[in-house]
Design a protein around this ligand. Structure first.
Ligand code: PTJ
Length: 250
């Protein structure tokens, strides 16, 4: 049952995000453990001040440039992502343009179909994921299942709320991996080429804004922006940002 949250509640945004996930759970989009994963993310968001920090905005810019440079970009989505930001997934896929593919950790054909339907209802033209005909080498669990026309042949993959195993396997396939993860210490964060330490609700919007801005840039200008990113250094900078914030609280 949905609780009415007053707009002037100091934690309005955060509570609305929780509500979207709870609704997503009751509609069969989100897996139960998606709520736990979100709780972990929330804790890190709290440490960041629940806003996009300048380092994340730079990551979002580099990610946008990389998506625009890609020959075959794919946006891989799971239950949480589609419950939270269906419109932004669809708009980003349209604007780049990129393929949308559903890839689930807790894979059932019922959830895959519901998530695809949700994206189509939000205006997606086509969504892959239902007819997995390939496997990401070295991944035994269901997250290894993918489509030949999608993730399997992608050169750049955007994987929000990822797990470390698949991130590593995608890199071994020589793909350029961009992730969105509020936890700068996760294996995914440390494995990706570009880690956006931001809430997926803010990050997808910001990437979209950058893609719209950078669309007029030429190839070498985009390469300059896309190549600027040093993930290890930037994750270190995020941790310094968090520890400075903690030390300022009295
Ligand atoms: O829909 P499925 O079946 O594919 O399952 C999806 C979940 C999220 C349950 C699954 O991928 C999972 O268990 O994820 P993990 O391994 O818990 O990782 C999720 C990561 O995303 C954690 O590092 C969280 O900090 C981070 N995270 C959670 N919510 C957000 C987030 N990062 C950005 N924005 C969020 N809203």
């Amino acid at each position: 049952m949905e609780t009415k949250i007053p707009k002037n509640h100091p934690r309005y945004e955060s509570l609305m995000i929780r509500q979207r996930l709870a609704t997503g759970l009751s509609r069969g989009l989100v897996h139960e453990t998606g709520l736990i994963a979100h709780g972990r993310g929330e804790a890190f968001d709290y440490l960041l001040g629940e806003k996009t920090i300048p380092i994340a905005l730079d990551a979002e810019k580099s990610a946008a440039a990389r998506l625009l440079l890609a020959k075959h970009p794919v946006i891989s989505v799971n239950g949480n992502v589609v419950a939270l930001v269906p419109d932004d997934c669809v708009k980003l896929a349209e604007c780049v343009p990129a393929i949308l593919e559903v890839n689930l950790f807790h894979r059932t054909s019922d959830r895959i179909q519901r998530i695809i339907r949700e994206l189509l209802d939000h205006g997606a033209v086509g969504v892959l994921g239902e007819h997995a005909d390939e496997r990401i080498p070295g991944l035994d669990h269901d997250r290894g299942l993918c489509e030949k026309q999608g993730i399997f042949s992608a050169d750049v993959v955007l994987v929000p709320l990822e797990d470390g195993d698949r991130c590593e396997s995608l890199r071994r396939m020589d793909k350029f991996v961009i992730t969105i993860d509020l936890n700068p210490l996760s294996r995914t964060s440390r494995t990706a080429h570009i880690t956006i330490v931001d809430n997926v609700c803010r990050a997808m919007k910001n990437i979209l804004i950058w893609v719209e801005k950078l669309k007029t840039y030429n190839h070498s200008e985009l390469e300059l922006i896309g190549n600027q990113w040093n993930n290890k250094e930037q994750l270190h900078a995020v941790l310094q940002f968090i520890s400075r914030r903690i030390n300022q609280i009295d």
